[in-house]
Design a protein around this ligand. Structure first.
Ligand code: ADP
Length: 267
């Protein structure tokens, strides 16, 4: 019986993994299809500066396809039982590098703003998983702002001296974190949605639109990295999702972080 239980737990884990990968993969296919549609449209009825538009669309489709290839490589690594390898990363540089793809995901009616904190600590996390998490958050923000709005991604250092109560689901342990705060000006979430948000397959979206796996990927990723995720939201007042990633304390990390402009003081 114990064997059977373990088997069914394994099946459940595989189900969640493949569901999550299919979901992330779908996000990327949307980007690729969007690029191809733009190219088709420009060829049929060329707008202003069609070559530049086609060039941008090709670059976007290419970036999406590249990330999809990374995703399948990770799936293969998992099949070979290689765990994710968290590495020192510069979160603000990662966000900047992803900005085009995120803007593409958000569409023309949503403005993307990125705010980088000065002297940001290196974080310890898997870069590919962090990118997936940010794309998932952008997809949710887009769906929460059908009439348009603003998405702000702010990176900063968070030094918590004491545990403190911080959003859903539970108090945040004291420690040094690299904080990535993702805020939208959308519809917000009610208490029920807030309590269930991280559950796999919980969705309030129409069939075919939502899978309920976006936030569960975000949760799984931050917990696996040794970090935390908190949601602050109120109906009608937008939503902020805060990713607290562990600060990389290895002194060798310093080399991988971009030098700060001279007028910004380092801590
Ligand atoms: P999905 O987006 O496929 O529904 P998620 O796990 O990403 O799955 O989100 C679960 C639910 O949480 C959503 O269906 C929605 O009700 C709510 N939600 C998530 N992010 C936001 C947001 N930024 N604004 C409003 N509601 C949100």
């Amino acid at each position: 019986a114990e064997n059977q239980l373990r088997q069914s737990q394994k099946m459940e884990a595989i189900g969640q993994l493949t569901g999550g990968v299919a979901h992330d993969f779908n996000n990327l296919l949307t980007v690729i299809l969007g690029g191809l549609e733009t190219i088709e449209r420009q060829l049929a009825t060329p707008g202003k500066d069609p070559l530049a538009r086609i060039g941008r669309a090709v670059a976007m489709a290419r970036q999406g396809a590249l990330r999809a290839a990374t995703l399948t490589a990770r799936l293969l690594a998992f099949a070979r039982r290689q765990p994710l390898q968290p590495k020192p990363i510069d979160a603000s540089r990662l966000v900047t590098g992803l900005a085009d793809l995120l803007q593409r995901t958000l569409g023309a009616t949503i403005a993307l703003e990125t705010v980088a904190g000065a002297g940001l600590w290196p974080a310890l996390a898997d870069a590919g998983e962090l990118e997936n998490a940010l794309v998932n958050l952008a997809v949710n923000a887009r769906d929460a702002m059908p009439e348009g709005g603003r998405l702000t991604i702010e990176t900063s250092n968070a030094c918590l001296d004491e545990d403190y109560v911080a959003g859903v689901p539970e108090p945040l342990p004291a420690g040094h974190y690299v904080l990535i705060a993702v805020s939208d000006t959308g519809c917000g979430m009610d208490q029920v949605a807030l309590q269930k948000a991280f559950e796999p397959f919980f969705t309030t979206k129409d069939v075919g639109k939502g899978t309920g796996l976006g936030l569960s990927q975000v949760y799984g990723f931050t917990r696996q990295s040794g970090g935390h995720v908190r949601i602050y939201s109120e109906p009608g007042h937008g939503t902020t999702v805060k990713l607290y990633l562990p600060r990389c304390l290895d002194t060798r990390c310093v080399d991988t972080v971009a030098p700060q402009p001279e007028n910004q003081a380092s801590p």
